[in-house]
Design a protein around this ligand. Structure first.
Ligand SMILES: [Zn+2]
Ligand SMILES: [Zn+2]
Length: 501
């Protein structure tokens, strides 16, 4: 997950520049770390700066309310463990600086998708358990296999429970300070503390699902989506209203660039912003977005923040194995030679806003079935997207009608080459021993019309959608039936004047 961070491990010889160099902050202690060119901090000041930045990020955005239950998504990597440490530090601060929410931890065990054995997975979980227990927070360890049993409600928008006005925040804080009884923040429960039994059958199903993605790019994208669904589901069932993610600035710069390459331009603001409300009642927040991976590595090293190495799907792959991997290595190389570029990339994300801002009002039929963002595919006819669509349709027609005539001489070519689309029924061509021998997806619903542009690309890279979890397929059928019904009765409906018939 957070491979970006690993690359600093070898360089962790803390650069003590010269013996005489003093901390720029207190001007007394000897500098121990250089954050940016010229900014040398001593150990104490660095710690203070680091902790302050976390609290300031939460304070500035005023999204997390006092006594609210917040679920911290810990992947095991340095960034999310650093986030966990910041929450611990924040809770132990003195009265008016103190963080005032109720934290819990969630860890998604993706060992099944990565191909780890059950023993390896159990070992990792045991390591993490010990670290989580030491925090005193309640924690949930969830195997990714559970994504197969999610309810359809995860891909339906749940309206936000309460819209807190900005003024309510201050009132809530004041109220809490007055009634502060001290230590109310320890919720020590022991539920879900160990890895629930994973059935081999489920692991197989999960592997079939990820295996049906033909490229690593699509597989990573798919895994991201599934992980997020499971995180949101866990938050919902355990009664949390916020989900904290450990994405740091370097990670977000990678995400920003790879999202553009993956056709997620319309969703950039949500994918990389501080808060993300696409799931309605559960808000995703990214409080680590101001820290670079390097800063985190320094902090973790100096203050003994542990982390557990957990292989991810692109561990030990080449740079060019996927778009995400390639972007990552590009950003890291950029960071090495031009250190301020990364924060420039990431600051771009702060300025982004989605054109269709009605994220909370749009009903779920207008949302992507997979990533839950507002659909970016209903655009006017003259758009680039429609042009791509038309040319695609044209080439498909050509495939089903002309292939036989044109392609016959070279019919020894590998099957499926002329017809990449799985929707076109190339019956004629197939009966002639030509293309599209793999068209057998007709029973499973076609998902294309229910997806955003980027998720459509991912699905195109999958051999079939039949291994998708039931909650996605059922919701797809439901939405399609609804559209169909709407079409059938459209004659009898009073239009909003658009068609004027
Ligand atoms: Zn200092
Ligand atoms: Zn999507």
């Amino acid at each position: 997950m957070c491979q970006v961070n690993e690359d600093y491990r070898d360089q962790l010889e803390l650069p003590v520049p010269s013996v005489s160099r003093k901390c720029v902050k207190c001007r007394e202690a000897t500098a121990a770390v250089i954050i940016r060119a010229g900014d040398a901090y001593c150990k104490g000041c660095f710690k203070e700066y680091f902790i302050h930045k976390f609290r300031a990020m939460l304070g500035k955005n005023r999204i997390i309310f006092p006594a609210e239950k917040v679920l911290l998504a810990v992947s095991g990597g340095p960034s999310s463990f650093s986030m966990l440490r910041q929450v611990q530090e924040g809770l132990s601060l003195n009265a008016h600086k103190k963080l005032r929410f109720l934290p819990g931890i969630v860890y998604i065990d993706e060992g099944g998708a990565v191909g780890q054995s059950l023993e390896e997975r159990k070992r990792t979980v045991t390591d993490l358990q010990a670290l989580f227990k030491a925090t005193g927070f309640s924690f949930h360890i969830v195997p990714l296999e559970q994504v197969l049993d999610l309810p359809s409600s995860i891909v339906q928008t749940t309206p936000s429970l309460s819209e807190h006005p900005a003024s309510a925040y201050k009132a809530a804080v004041d109220h809490l300070i007055q009634n502060d009884s001290g230590d109310y923040l320890t919720l020590q429960e022991d539920e879900n503390a160990s890895l629930p039994d994973v059935q081999e059958y489920h692991t197989k199903l999960l592997q079939q699902l990820t295996g049906s993605a033909k490229t690593l790019t699509a597989r990573e994208d798919l895994l991201n989506t599934l992980r997020q669904h499971l995180l949101v589901h866990t938050a919902r069932t355990e009664g949390y209203s916020k989900l904290m993610l450990g994405d740091n600035c370097t990670r977000l710069a990678v995400k920003l660039l790879s999202s553009i390459s993956l056709g997620r331009g319309a969703q950039l603001a949500q994918d990389t912003g501080f808060s993300d409300s696409r799931y309605g009642d559960i808000i995703l927040v990214r409080p680590m977005r101001d820290y670079s991976a390097k800063e985190i590595a320094y902090y973790n090293h100096m203050f003994n923040v542990p982390y557990v190495f957990i292989p991810s799907i692109d561990t030990k792959t080449r740079d060019k194995a996927s778009i995400q991997r390639l972007t990552e290595s590009f950003v890291i190389k950029l960071q090495a030679d031009f250190p301020s570029t990364v924060s420039t990339i990431y600051r771009t994300s702060e300025k982004l806003q989605t054109a269709c801002k009605s994220t909370s009002t749009a009903d779920h039929r207008d949302r992507c079935l997979l990533c839950m963002c507002v659909l970016d595919t209903s655009v006017e006819n003259s758009s680039a997207f429609k042009a791509t669509l038309i040319s695609e349709q044209l080439s498909q027609t050509k495939c089903s009608e002309d292939t036989i005539a044109q392609v016959e001489p070279e019919s020894t070519a590998p099957t499926g080459q002329y017809c990449s689309s799985r929707e076109v029924d190339c019956g004629r061509a197939a009966s002639n021993g030509g293309c599209c021998s793999s068209v057998k997806v007709s029973e499973t619903p076609s998902l294309q019309s229910l997806l955003c542009y980027s998720c459509q690309l991912t699905i195109k890279d999958m051999s079939s959608v039949e291994h998708f979890p039931e909650y996605i397929l059922l919701e797809a059928q439901k939405r399609q039936r609804r559209t169909q019904m709407k079409e059938e009765i459209s004659e009898f409906l009073l239009n909003d004047g658009a068609d004027g018939d």
